[in-house]
Design a protein around this ligand. Structure first.
Ligand SMILES: [Zn+2]
Ligand SMILES: [Zn+2]
Length: 405
């Protein structure tokens, strides 16, 4: 997608290339007061890549040969200057090294769902194909698709066709607000939802299209990260792109295509590297039966673009396949969380999972989920209902440890 490219940040280097042969040396300073460790993520398609690490005296303190795709953590004995030597032969892929993650400025946690008042939860789908005619993804007429979403109780909807803007503004009425958008989808580039804009940006690179969307007041969600294979969106590319607001953690269309519609692996990968990325759920509707299978529920003061955008910027929404949020509160350092079905029902017990870095810290089946925070950089909550429906809350995190990409 964006190869070759080299992205250097204060605490991270990402190098994506067509082919790399030879040697590269990266100089890294591991700060005192931080854990002396380097997280690596290597994507190896072919060829070989070896990694060596030397300390400030030139002594080799780590070696790893012919590295396969995956993450690994190198723990060093102390802070200081290190040389990371990468030796490659015809290596096709990429590498990322991340170290000295941002430190919390206090022991205060940020809860995006704090102080929600005066608004209401609105159901939203930002990924829908419609109205582009026979033989296309948007084979169903716009009016039929929009009416279907209205019947399902949606109040915010984007018709996001491939590389073409479809104007649906005159469908906005007192039940639904149509949100403009396009699915950026040139071949060989990763698909992205460019929301809040009225033109296609497919002639630009992914990075440029994100920047242009933001400049026009919109936001970008990276689509179906595991469509076809794990790493449709390569993890190192997710790390090097800047300015997007989130990823589709659930896109149920993919379960009719190939790969996986779930992308919690990519989400935890980014969160554990300090990137504040939000999780979205979208239908990616192609056939009418795709409607209502994964969605967002956004806490909006009013049903307006401005209210919705503010809520999204602040993470005041959830991704869902059928459950609704009751609350997620921080009671001192204890998370209390509750989900519900959006119907009149006696069902009041759900399975709550508290997750950090892809690991389940606690799983409880109860009327309410309760978890006492203990210095975790972030904790996110997933909920599962009796019919397998899920709910994904945005992370609660230690102030300043997560930063928007
Ligand atoms: Zn797509
Ligand atoms: Zn699509």
């Amino acid at each position: 997608m964006t190869s070759p490219s080299k992205t250097i940040e204060d605490n991270s280097i990402t190098y994506i290339y067509d082919k790399f042969t030879g040697k590269k040396i990266e100089n890294i300073y591991l700060e005192h007061g931080q854990r002396p460790e380097i997280m690596f993520n290597v994507e190896s398609i072919s060829g070989s890549l070896d990694v060596f690490i030397q300390d400030e005296y030139g002594k080799t303190v780590y070696e790893n040969y012919d590295i396969q795709s995956g993450e690994f953590l190198v723990e060093l004995s102390r802070a200081g200057d290190y040389k990371v030597i990468l030796n490659a032969e015809d290596h096709v892929g990429s590498y990322n090294m991340t170290w000295s993650l941002p430190k919390a400025s206090s022991d205060e946690y940020v809860n995006p769902y704090e102080n929600l008042a005066g608004g209401k939860w609105l159901k939203a789908n930002f990924h829908t194909h419609a109205g582009t005619g026979p033989g296309t993804c948007g084979v169903n007429p716009q009016d039929v698709v929009i009416e279907t979403y209205k019947q399902l109780g949606y109040e915010l909807l984007t018709i996001s066709n491939h590389d073409i803007f479809t104007d649906t503004s005159n469908y906005t009425d007192d039940k639904i607000l149509m949100i403009p958008g396009v699915e950026y989808s040139p071949s060989s580039k990763g698909h992205m939802l460019t929301i809040g804009i009225t033109q296609s940006l497919h002639e630009h690179t992914n990075q440029k299209a994100i920047e242009m969307t933001n400049e026009m007041g919109g936001f970008v969600v990276l689509a179906h990260p595991n469509w076809g294979r794990q790493g449709y969106w390569p993890l190192n590319e997710l790390l090097s792109l800047k300015g997007y607001i989130g990823i589709e953690v659930i896109n149920q269309l993919i379960y009719r295509l190939s790969g996986s519609g779930l992308a919690t692996n990519a989400w935890d990968f980014l969160l554990s590297r300090g990137k504040l990325v939000y999780g979205f759920g979208n239908d990616d509707l192609h056939a009418l039966g795709d409607a209502g299978r994964s969605f967002n529920i956004i806490y909006c003061k009013e049903r307006t673009w401005e209210s919705m955008k503010e809520a999204i910027d602040n993470g005041q929404f959830v991704a869902s396949t059928g459950l609704y949020p009751e609350y997620l509160v921080l009671d001192g350092d204890t998370i209390r969380v509750k989900a519900s079905y959006p119907i009149d029902t006696y069902v009041d017990t759900f399975t709550y999972r508290f997750i950090e870095n892809g690991k389940v810290l606690s799983e409880q089946t109860a009327r309410e989920g309760v978890y006492k925070l203990n210095g975790e950089k972030y904790v996110r909550v997933e909920v599962i209902g009796e019919n397998g429906a899920m709910l994904f809350f945005q992370p609660v995190y230690l102030k300043d440890t997560l930063v928007k990409p």
